[in-house]
Design a protein around this ligand. Structure first.
Ligand code: FES
Length: 222
C-alpha cells in the first residue's frame, strides 16, 4: 500500500482528530450556560421569596408594631353638650388599630351614659356573655341582650340572664370640654378585675354573701 492510499479506519481516525479541538469549546460553553441558568434561578427564587415574605412579615409583626402607637390612643367622642345628664346615648368611633381597607368594620359603637357633671360611664356594646350587641331601653332603664336574654342595669352591672358580670367599660377623661376614651385597648375583664368583685364565690369563702349582686328594684331593697 502506497502512502497515499488510506483505509476506511484511517479516515475515521482522521475525522475524529479533526473534530476534537471543536468539541472542547462546546463543553465549556454548555458548562457556563448551566452556571448562568443556576445563578439566574437563584436570583428569581430569591426575588419571589422576598416578595412573598413582605406580607407574611407584615402579618406577623403588624400587631407588635402597632401596639406601641395604639395603646395610648384616646378617641374624642364629642363635646360634653352632646351628652345630656341622666341620658344614655349610642356613639360610634373609629377603631384606632384599624386599617384603611377595614371599611365600616372599623367603626365601633359604644354606650355613653352621663351620670352627672363630668361623671360618665362608657360601655362596650358587647354583652359580657358571648358578645352580642346590647340595646338600651330608656323606659325600663335596662340594657338588654337579644341573644340569650341577658339584662344589665343602667350603671352596666348585671341584672339577669346568662352574663356572669356587668358590661365592660372604657377608661375616659375630659379634655377641653370633650369626652375622650381610651380606645387603644379593648375593655376586658382583666382591666376591671382590680376594681370589681366577682359575682360568684366558691362555696365556703367568707365573701360569698357580700359579692351577690345588689337588688335594684325598690320592692327588693327592704
Ligand atoms: Fe348576651 Fe348571651 S350574648 S346573653
Amino acid at each position: 500500500m502506497t502512502p497515499n492510499e488510506q483505509t476506511p479506519n484511517d479516515q475515521v481516525t482522521t475525522t475524529e482528530s479533526a473534530t476534537t479541538p471543536a468539541s472542547a469549546p462546546d463543553k465549556s460553553a454548555g458548562h457556563s450556560r448551566r452556571v448562568f441558568l443556576f445563578k439566574l434561578s437563584l436570583l428569581v427564587n430569591g426575588a419571589v421569596g422576598a416578595v412573598l415574605a413582605v406580607p407574611i412579615l407584615g402579618y406577623l409583626l403588624g400587631p407588635a408594631l402597632k401596639k406601641s402607637s395604639s395603646d395610648n390612643s384616646w378617641i374624642n367622642l364629642g363635646p360634653l353638650n352632646d351628652f345630656p345628664e341622666g341620658e344614655t346615648r349610642l356613639v360610634n368611633f373609629r377603631n384606632p388599630v384599624t386599617t384603611s381597607w377595614d371599611g365600616q368594620t372599623g367603626d365601633i359603637p359604644c354606650w355613653v351614659r352621663r351620670v352627672s357633671g363630668n361623671t360618665f360611664q362608657v360601655f362596650a356594646i358587647n354583652c359580657a356573655h358571648l358578645g352580642c350587641p346590647v340595646r338600651w331601653f330608656a323606659q325600663s332603664k335596662l340594657f338588654m341582650c337579644p341573644c340569650h336574654g341577658g339584662a344589665y342595669y343602667e350603671d352596666g352591672s348585671r341584672a339577669s340572664g346568662p352574663p356572669e358580670r356587668g358590661l365592660f367599660e372604657y377608661e375616659y377623661k375630659i379634655v377641653s370640654g370633650s369626652l375622650v376614651i381610651s380606645a387603644g385597648k379593648m375593655p376586658t375583664l382583666a382591666n376591671q378585675a382590680k376594681s370589681e368583685s366577682p359575682l360568684i364565690q366558691l362555696e365556703g369563702t367568707s365573701a360569698a354573701t357580700e359579692t351577690l349582686p345588689k337588688p335594684r328594684c325598690s320592692s327588693c331593697q327592704s
